[in-house]
Design a protein around this ligand. Structure first.
Ligand code: NDP
Length: 228
C-alpha cells in the first residue's frame, strides 16, 4: 500500500485523484484548506475504512504546511501530488492590482516548493515521486494573450520543478510537471474537454511512468511529452 499526499484535495482534480488512489487501496493523505467545509472529501474518507485521511493544509501558509507534514510522524511518502491552484484573471493590460499576482505565486509557485521541502524527509525515505499540476498556459505553445499572473505562476513552477528534479535525482526522488488537460471543474468550467476522473486516471498513469531517468519531464495527462 503506497502513501499518497494530495494538496487541494477537497474538489476538482484533487478530489478525483483521492478517489482514483483510494479505490486502488492506497493510503491517501488528503490535504485541504478547510476540512470543515470539505463535505465530499469527508464523505469519501468516512466510507474508506481509514485509508483516506483528511488533514488541514493551506499551501500558502508555511505554519499550516509544517503542521500537516508533522502529522505524518515521519511516515514514508511514495507520491506527492501538488494540485492546489487558483485562477486570478486580470482586468486587462492596465490592471494595476497585484494582489492576485501575489496570491497566485504563493499558492502555485512557492506552495508546491514549500510542500516538497516539508515532505522531503518522508519522500526520500520511500525513494518517492513529486508531481506538480501545471498548465499549458505556462508553456511556450500557449498563443493566447492575457492570463498574466496565472501563466507566469505556472511557467514559474515549471522552472522550480526542473531544478528540483536535478537536485533530487541523486537522492532517489523523481520530479515532474503535468498539464491535466482542460478539465470540467470549478476552474475549468462545465464545457471543458474531459472529466476530472479522466484527468485523474491519466495523472495516475503519468505518476506510474515517472522514473529517475525521465525525471524533470513536462507531460500531458495522456502521457505524451508537453513542450516547455
Ligand atoms: P478547482 O478550482 O476545482 O480546485 C482548486 C483546488 O485548489 C481546491 O481544492 C482549492 O481549495 C485548492 N486551493 C486553492 N488555494 C489553496 C491553498 N492556498 N491551499 C490549499 N488548497 C488550495 O481547480 P482544478 O481542480 O481545476 O485545478 C487543479 C489544478 O489543476 C490547479 O493547479 C489548476 O491550476 C490546474 N489546472 C486546471 C485546469 C482545468 O482545466 N481545470 C487546466 C490546467 C491546469 P478550496 O476549496 O479551499 O478553495
Amino acid at each position: 500500500m503506497a502513501t499518497i499526499v494530495i494538496t487541494g484535495a477537497n474538489r476538482g482534480i484533487g478530489l478525483a485523484l483521492v478517489q482514483v488512489y483510494a479505490s486502488a487501496g492506497n493510503h491517501v493523505v488528503a490535504w485541504c484548506r478547510d476540512p470543515a467545509r470539505a463535505e465530499k472529501l469527508q464523505h469519501l474518507a468516512a466510507g474508506s475504512a481509514g485509508t483516506v485521511q483528511v488533514v488541514e493544509a493551506d499551501v500558502a501558509d508555511a505554519a499550516s504546511v509544517d503542521r500537516a507534514a508533522a502529522a505524518l510522524n515521519g511516515a514514508p511518502v511514495d507520491v506527492l501530488l501538488n494540485v492546489a491552484g487558483i485562477f486570478h484573471m486580470e482586468k486587462g493590460v492596465d490592471d494595476r492590482d497585484f494582489d492576485g499576482w501575489r496570491q497566485s505565486f504563493e499558492v502555485m509557485v512557492i506552495g508546491p516548493f514549500r510542500v516538497a521541502q516539508a515532505l522531503l524527509p518522508n519522500i526520500e525515505k520511500a525513494k518517492g515521486k513529486i508531481l506538480t499540476v501545471t498548465s499549458q498556459i505556462g508553456s511556450s505553445v500557449w498563443a493566447t494573450g492575457g492570463m498574466y499572473s496565472y501563466g507566469a505562476a505556472k511557467a514559474g513552477v515549471n522552472r522550480v520543478m526542473k531544478s528540483l528534479a536535478v537536485d533530487l535525482r541523486d537522492r532517489g526522488v523523481a520530479v515532474a510537471v503535468v498539464h491535466p488537460g482542460h478539465v470540467q471543474t470549478d476552474m475549468g468550467g462545465p464545457n471543458a474537454a474531459i472529466t476530472a476522473e479522466e484527468s485523474a486516471t491519466g495523472i495516475r498513469d503519468v505518476v506510474n511512468a515517472m522514473t529517475l531517468e525521465n525525471s524533470g519531464g513536462f507531460f500531458k495527462w495522456d502521457g505524451d511529452p508537453h513542450p516547455w
